[in-house]
Design a protein around this ligand. Structure first.
Ligand code: ADP
Length: 384
């Protein structure tokens, strides 16, 4: 085993957002040096890392020079310069997740093709080189409504996704190279985070359910454990392990899944890093996803993923109509409520729907946790 408990041992992280911040906080427990590369030290991780290097994680030279200075290199965002990572890897730098897996995951088209090639269950799909080609296919009848369009690159939080139900939605078609999928009849959306180390040891966190607000159609609660049959949870966990092994990733893989009305489990997409659906683990599990990522990339024994208590996680978003210096209202009432754990990311500027923090609510009874979650969402208002 490497001597990681050493004042000179450096964990390099590409990206200085909230995921980077929480990874740094976990690393501090073991007094590891955390080095962050991003364009501004005002970003969340800049305030808690041991060393901040100013640079662009999309730039070859910035990533390469950064990687040369650290003992292990990881990410908190997948849109990084993988050419530099491949060169670093070929020169013996430990890079987790593997740059070749990252290259596949960054492109939703290659990702879908990967699942098809490996025989991993996912919805059927077709690739189109442009929005024009999609419109043409609709005109000549080779593509039919309804369908879901996903931009191959640069989509996140639903921004590169268009649900096209009929000709009325034609204006919504994104003018980008795309994946087209049939509209899946979804019973529930679940996510499983799996960890894998260099020894091949694997460990899954309990499946989490994404509950949507039926009016806003936005994820409102992330509920752990998911309210799904035991057998479905088992299948989802096995599938997550197969997927991380097929990608040959060391570190974490967040696997977003559809449990369909006809009982199938389909992979929607993956992220090779810590994930929003794992934030609750900081407060609710024996090992947090952040500590698990460190264990996995350092090839240490993985931690127990056992739940200490059921929980609900809500994202704390900037309120609509406010942009500017963030002000947090209603915090007192929320933290006075039993089981409410608030995490702020330290972003100076709020914008409508910007992720400014999250709250995990611990309660043996999930319905009570959701009630408290609604209380937090109503009372904790982030304005400017
Ligand atoms: P993002 O990467 O932006 O999160 P996703 O691929 O996860 O995009 O899609 C966002 C949401 O769109 C999903 O959570 C799901 O609710 C819906 N969605 C995506 N693909 C399909 C599909 N094929 N059928 C039905 N709904 C879908």
């Amino acid at each position: 085993m490497q001597n990681i408990i050493h004042p000179d041992f450096k964990v390099g992280i590409l990206g200085g957002g909230q995921l980077g911040k929480m990874l740094c906080l976990a690393a501090q427990n073991w007094h590891l040096q955390t080095w962050i590369l991003d364009t501004s030290s005002d970003f969340p991780a800049g305030q808690v890392c041991s060393h901040f290097i100013e640079g662009n994680f999309k730039d070859f030279d910035d990533v390469y020079n950064f990687g040369k200075q650290v003992d292990v290199l990881t990410i908190e965002i997948e849109h990084v310069n993988t050419e530099a990572l491949l060169k670093l890897e070929s020169e013996g730098v430990k890079v987790h997740p593997s740059p070749s897996a990252l290259n596949i995951i960054k492109d939703k088209g290659l990702q879908k093709q990967f699942y098809a090639d490996k025989g991993l269950p996912t919805s059927s799909f077709e690739l189109y080189e442009s929005g024009e080609a999609i419109k043409q296919a609709l005109n000549n009848g080779t593509l039919e409504y309804p369908f879901v369009q996903k931009s191959r690159t640069a989509g996140y939080d639903g921004k590169g996704v268009a649900v096209i139900l009929s000709e009325n939605d034609i204006e919504k078609i994104l003018m980008t190279p795309s994946v087209i999928e049939p509209l899946v009849d979804i019973e529930k959306e679940i996510a499983v985070i799996v960890a894998r180390n260099e020894n091949g040891e694997m460990q899954t966190f309990p499946a989490v359910e994404m509950e949507f607000n039926p009016v806003a159609n936005l994820v409102e609660f992330l509920v752990c454990p998911a309210d799904i049959p035991y057998e479905v949870a088992q299948r989802a966990e096995i599938l997550a392990k197969e997927t991380i092994a097929d990608f040959d990733i060391c570190g974490l893989l967040a696997v977003e899944l559809f449990w369909t009305k006809n009982g199938q489990i389909l992979i929607n997409e993956v992220a090779p890093r810590t994930h929003n659906s794992g934030h609750h683990t900081i407060d609710s599990c024996y090992t947090s996803q952040f500590q698990q990522q460190l264990r996995a990339i350092l090839n240490l024994p993985l931690g127990s993923t056992k739940m200490k208590t059921p929980s609900v996680m809500v994202n704390l978003l900037g309120a609509e109509g406010y942009t500017g210096q963030a002000i947090y209202e209603g915090l007192d009432k929320c933290i006075a409520t039993e089981g409410v754990k608030i995490h702020f990311y330290g972003k100076e500027i709020t914008k409508p729907f910007r992720k400014m923090g999250h709250a995990t609510i611990l309660d043996e009874e999930i319905e009570k946790a959701k009630e408290k979650g609604r209380f937090v969402l109503k009372n904790l208002v982030i304005k400017s």
